[in-house]
Design a binder for this molecule. Structure first.
Ligand code: CTP
Ligand code: MG
Length: 412
């Protein structure tokens, strides 16, 4: 096990909310924003901080495994500084749980909303520097541009608020560690009936209520919070992932056929199918996966699967779909593209796809990090598939230009 020195900074990333105002089935941090989840975007900024930091991700109980996988992927070599734990019923409770895991050597703690997915790392660096410079709690904030009115419950205007006195605050908010610890301890010690320190929507409010100085520094428009569908749309547009940008899309098609071979196991659409007739081939004969790879390579202008992988490559003897797909995805990313979506149709009498369609789609979607639809058909007893001699697969993919860095190479 590598030994990591204790970092001086910890970042608590709160991602345990349900996202009720966004109204999706998944908790907000796990909702896709382009090809990646909101949480993955947020963590990319956090792991981009100039100095090494302990990163503590607070996620919903049901999403702990997902959050761990996402965080480990983004952390890469920095994984030694990572903790993932379950959150509480309120944002404040989630922060409090994260705070309990801050390591001994940490002197500055940042608290960041995963929902502020596009926050640049530089904002966190600026907050850390300001905490050290002032010894205060620090919040990034932007001037309020709209005229603000106070209204009563019936909607009648009571007055106009002087907006020059207002700032719209964002995260990450930063604090001297001892100050944040003491403020949470103060709030925890309050009687349950005392609303002053309970369930505040940001940490600066709690720290200030506990009697500490809090200052603001300029925020960043990119640190806006994804709260509603409109915010999500704005984030998509900023990432260049708007579905309207089809002018830049590239399409690829791929096909593959393998004959049945009773001496091998069946691997199809990335899944093992015990009890089904296998397919012949140098690798595992997974026609659906090979058709997808062919389509992806074609869309990116990289040739076809035979040209790219070759049958002589010993890494591919009996290789399963994940190896092909991961390497193809890397090549596509290296060529400057990301996957929009994939559709693959399996043509054959067996296996019956329906009972495992969802499983296949989930597996392939996870590997390609883009929606994959898997469908199947028979050919009315016609042709080689109708005679039960083998399986064919046809794939269509859409890819988009991307500025994301390519993932690492297939192990040599
Ligand atoms: N959060 C949390 N634990 C909670 C509630 C919120 O970790 N019990 C996190 C959210 O995941 C989010 C951040 O706090 O990253 C800011 O909260 P908000 O934008 O309000 O997110 P949600 O509470 O998930 O959304 P909503 O209020 O619309 O339900
Ligand atoms: Mg909320």
């Amino acid at each position: 096990m590598p030994v990591y020195p204790d970092p001086a900074v910890a970042v608590i990333v709160v991602a345990a909310g349900s996202g009720s105002r966004l109204g999706r089935e998944l908790p907000k941090a796990f909702v896709p924003l382009g090809p990646r989840s909101i949480l993955e975007h947020a963590l990319t900024g956090v792991f981009g901080l100039a100095e090494p930091a302990q990163v503590i991700v607070v996620a919903p109980d049901a999403q702990l495994a997902d959050a761990t996988a996402i965080a480990a992927r983004v952390a890469g070599a920095a994984a030694g500084y990572l903790d993932v734990l379950a959150g509480g019923d309120t944002r404040q409770a989630s922060v409090s749980r994260g705070l309990a895991l801050v390591r001994p050597g940490v002197t500055v703690v940042l608290v960041h909303d995963a929902a502020r997915a596009l926050t640049p790392a530089g904002l966190g660096d600026a907050v850390i520097a300001a905490v050290r410079r002032t010894g205060h709690g620090i919040v990034p904030g932007l001037p309020v541009v709209d005229t603000i009115k106070s209204v009563d419950a019936g909607g009648s205007i009571l007055g106009t608020v002087d907006r020059s006195l207002l700032t719209a605050v964002q995260t990450p908010q930063g604090f001297p560690r001892a100050m944040l610890d003491a403020a949470f301890a103060w709030a925890d010690a309050l009687p349950a009936t005392d609303a002053a320190g309970r369930d505040l929507t940001d940490d600066a409010a709690l720290v200030a209520a506990a009697g500490n100085p809090v200052s603001s520094i300029p925020g960043d428009p990119l640190a806006f919070k994804v709260t509603t569908t409109w915010d999500l749309r704005r984030a998509e547009l900023l990432l260049g992932d708007a579905t309207g940008s089809t002018g830049q899309a590239r399409v690829g098609t791929g096909a593959d056929v393998h004959a049945f071979d009773d001496t091998s196991d069946l691997w199809l659409a990335g899944l093992h199918w015990p009890g089904e007739r296998g397919l012949s081939g140098h690798s595992d004969g997974d026609a659906a996966v090979h058709a997808i790879c062919d389509a992806l390579l074609a869309a990116a202008g990289l040739g076809d699967i035979g040209q790219v992988f070759g049958t002589a490559d010993p890494r591919l003897t009996d290789a399963h779909g994940e190896v092909f797909l991961t390497e193809t995805l890397r090549l596509v990313a290296e060529a400057g593209y990301r996957v929009g979506n994939v559709s693959v149709q399996i043509i054959g009498n067996r296996p019956k796809l329906a009972p495992r369609r969802a499983e296949a789609q989930e597996l392939l979607t996870g590997i390609l990090r883009a929606p994959v639809a898997v469908t199947a058909t028979t050919t009315d007893a016609l042709g080689f598939t109708g005679r039960g001699e083998g399986i064919a697969a046809l794939a269509t993919v859409v890819i988009y230009p991307s500025s994301q860095p390519a993932p690492p190479k297939l192990n040599q």
